[in-house]
Design a protein around this ligand. Sequence first.
Ligand SMILES: NC(=O)c1ccc[n+]([C@@H]2O[C@H](COP(=O)([O-])OP(=O)(O)OC[C@H]3O[C@@H](n4cnc5c(N)ncnc54)[C@H](OP(=O)(O)O)[C@@H]3O)[C@@H](O)[C@H]2O)c1
Length: 341
Amino acid sequence: MSEPRTMGAMVYGPGPDIREVRRPVPEPADGEVRVRIGVGGINPADWRNRRRYTGDEPVVPLQDGAGVVDAVGPGVDATRVGERVWLWETARQRSGGCAQKLVVVPADRAVPLPADVGLDVGAGLGVPAVTAHRCLTVGEGGPERLAPKALDGRTVLVAGGAGAVGHAAIQLARWSGATVIATVSTADKAALAEAAGAHHVVRYRDGDAGEVVRGLAPDGVDLVVELAPDQNTELDLRVLAPGGTIAVYAGGAAAFPVDLGSSLGANARWQFVSIFTMAARAKEAAIAAVTEAVAAGVLGVGPEAGLPVHHYPLADLGRAFEAVEQGAVGKVLVDVGPELG
Ligand SMILES: NC(=O)c1ccc[n+]([C@@H]2O[C@H](COP(=O)([O-])OP(=O)(O)OC[C@H]3O[C@@H](n4cnc5c(N)ncnc54)[C@H](OP(=O)(O)O)[C@@H]3O)[C@@H](O)[C@H]2O)c1
């Protein structure tokens, strides 16, 4: 009798360590594909989930990654074998994420990557780009899906333009025709937001950022993509155009103050965004638009595209998590199958 085939995976829990284990090679069931992972992408939620994990079962982390389809289950087009793909929500309600050599996902969570787009790009799309797409499509009157000209005539303010979500928001907004203003803390981050395509970059620690944004957008901004509402509420309401939307996708505090008078006066819309609970229709629109943008050369990585990348071998996943926790600027990637290129 032959031994079951196994593969390498990194896990956390129970306990604090991240360690290497062998797991059985998974077989794709009906409607599923198996993907050989080339690169995994780490998001801040990954290290936070690890910190608060109290379960008994080891967890293979990483929602995001990119690789090559190496097997398909019944009902899936067999020609998909060999297809390069980017993955979203790999680990959600599944037995493991991209910190392993092979992963099985429903076929629609493995999205074809255009031939000339690298796996580094694909591994950074899932959480950041889908979140950014949702934030950019929650304004009154839509659009529901981004595309060239979809945001023509709109002005978008992206808080934290050198972050992974901020970078995707700048690039998708610019691709869709918006005028893009980004805020950042430092000169180095300003250079990244500019490289990503922001028309204007404002250093929010230097002087009165609200005044500067008001000068750049005298009629106000139509949409704010916000990750620090506890710190930026006043700024956002000062620069918001009547009928504008503040899309909040993160925050450092459990609660934040909202000025009722300014919010009512502006007919403001406060819209909260969580990638995991957003409607399926919004997710489908995001995945289609993000794939189209990638094919058009948008959402690149590297300093020249405004998003430096930092590579770690899979065996160093613990150090990669630490880098994200310590606020690495750019995207932290894990080389799971370097042979895939
Ligand atoms: N709701 C969701 O579904 C969802 C999805 C994705 C991410 N998130 C969360 O969103 C946050 C960002 O994720 P990420 O992957 O983009 O992280 P990241 O790459 O580490 O970027 C975070 C950025 O936040 C900026 N920042 C911090 N305080 C700021 C402030 N007061 N004003 C403007 N910018 C500020 C930082 O830059 P500066 O130094 O320039 O301030 C940094 O560039 C994380 O907390 C993550 O967990 C939520």
